[in-house]
Design a protein around this ligand. Structure first.
Ligand SMILES: C[C@H](NC(=O)[C@@H](N)CCCCN)C(=O)O
Length: 417
């Protein structure tokens, strides 16, 4: 009894440390947008250079994140969390103290290499300490604190207004949050050494076999396809094009369009753990995933085909953005064994990073080709059709997943009690 209680305390301590580390990491990820204007005014960076500072995060991960996932399975979540948090800190410091654009880009590259593998290692940590019970709630909480990091970076020009006289202090604040993440990772690794997770596989010295990648079950491949389609649409639309779409098609000014977009993050801070808790309580995952995936094409249809209040589509996207991640990652931990969890997520994120880059390029190309803009709002229709079709395909994959692995017995099969 006492031992169960102390295991639970340790699990929640690990969850809190992982969440603190996620906060710092997501803050650094979103720290470029708020200084973009200062970088242009004070350092003469072009739009392409500013864009590259974020693109360079995803590009290497189209390949490297798979290696990262394999390393997490091989060397364990705790060691990889510390290592990658250290790489992220170096990247953030290089970015903040860069004398030139090239060094700043190298800093963002280093940060990207560390951050995605850090994401897998921290997720594996939570999956191992909460193997079975409450895994979705715990993952949802860490994700929510990560989203709070993104929201804080967006709000930093208001919260740290005096730092925004020059491009460098905001990036030093970002480096300080990377240092906090590193400290949290060190404390977590210390705890993991003394109190290993009950669900942790022993670090394996087995040689990696490429053909092992094909041995995941059918449900996993549906999940991977959903991950690519859903994240590609939601990130390419919400992080890149939605603000100008709201301005040009729905007549909002920049501040109102930005705020409308930001509410989705804020909603996710509260709703992600709440949905995780609900799934754990009802012990059902796949039906919730299918419902969340279906809300995305519905929201896009409301935006593109009706003149209904923008609040309706924002609420629908907000629920989808909270529900799908709240279920997708815990469900992955139930569909694959703990010894292959890192590899499974790594493979998903390889395809996801390629999909996000591709969706951004295709949507931009469609907009340019149709001359989309304030004078020609109809020019956004091909982009919306593209996002609509991709999100319907994503919802179809979620439905197929529900049919193939979403029955009650299957979803609870890996529960230890
Ligand atoms: C957990 C999940 N993260 C990812 O999918 C990452 N590959 C990309 C994260 C980019 C922003 N930090 C998520 O954030 O929902």
């Amino acid at each position: 009894m006492t031992s169960t209680r102390s295991n639970t305390t340790i699990a929640w301590l690990v969850c809190a440390l992982v969440a603190a580390a996620q906060f710092g990491n997501y803050y650094v990820y979103d720290s470029i947008g708020p200084v973009a204007d200062l970088l242009q005014q004070q350092r003469g960076f072009s739009d392409t250079q500013v864009g590259l500072l974020n693109a360079i995060y995803s590009l290497p991960n189209v390949v490297l994140i798979l290696v990262g996932g394999i390393l997490v399975d091989r060397f364990g979540a705790a060691r990889m969390t510390v290592l990658t948090a250290g790489v992220c800190l170096l990247g953030a410091l290089l970015t903040a103290f860069s004398p030139s654009f090239e060094v700043m880009a190298a800093g963002r590259l280093l940060f990207g290499i560390g951050a995605e593998t850090f994401g897998i290692a921290t997720m594996a940590a939570v999956a191992q300490y909460f193997a079975g019970a409450q895994v979705a709630f715990a993952m949802g909480l860490t994700l929510a604190i990560g989203r709070l990091g993104s929201f804080s970076a967006d709000m930093s020009p208001t919260w740290f207004a005096s730092a925004y006289q020059n491009w460098q202090p905001p990036l030093m604040i970002a480096a300080a949050s990377a240092a906090t993440a590193f400290a949290a990772a060190l404390v977590y690794a210390g705890i993991a050494r003394r109190h290993p997770a009950p669900g942790a596989p022993a670090p394996s010295a087995e040689r990696f076999e490429w053909r092992d990648l094909l041995h995941f079950g059918r449900a996993y491949w549906y999940l991977l396809a959903l991950c690519v389609l859903w994240y590609s649409v939601i990130l390419a639309f919400r992080s890149t094009f939605s603000i100008k779409y709201f301005q040009h098609v729905h007549g909002l000014d920049l501040a109102a369009a930005g705020a409308m977009n930001g509410y989705v993050y804020l909603a996710a801070v509260f709703a992600t753990p709440a949905f995780g808790w609900l799934c754990d309580r009802l012990r059902r995952y796949a039906p919730f995933l299918a419902f969340g995936a279906l809300l995305l094409p519905l929201a896009l249809a409301v935006l593109a085909l009706t003149h209904w209040s923008l609040w309706i589509s924002t609420v629908l996207i907000g629920i989808s953005y909270s529900l799908v991640p709240a279920v997708m990652w815990p469900l992955t931990s139930k569909l694959v064994g703990p010894e292959r969890f890192g590899t499974a997520i790594g493979l998903m994120w390889v395809a996801q990073n390629a999909g996000i880059s591709g969706a951004n390029l295709v949507a931009g190309w469609l907009n340019d080709r149709a001359a989309a803009g304030p004078q020609n709002p109809a020019g956004y229709e091909p982009m919306m059709l593209f996002f609509g079709v991709a999100s319907v395909l994503g919802a179809a994959c979620a439905a197929a997943l529900w049919l193939s692995a979403g029955d009650k017995e299957h979803e609870q099969a890996r529960r230890p009690h």
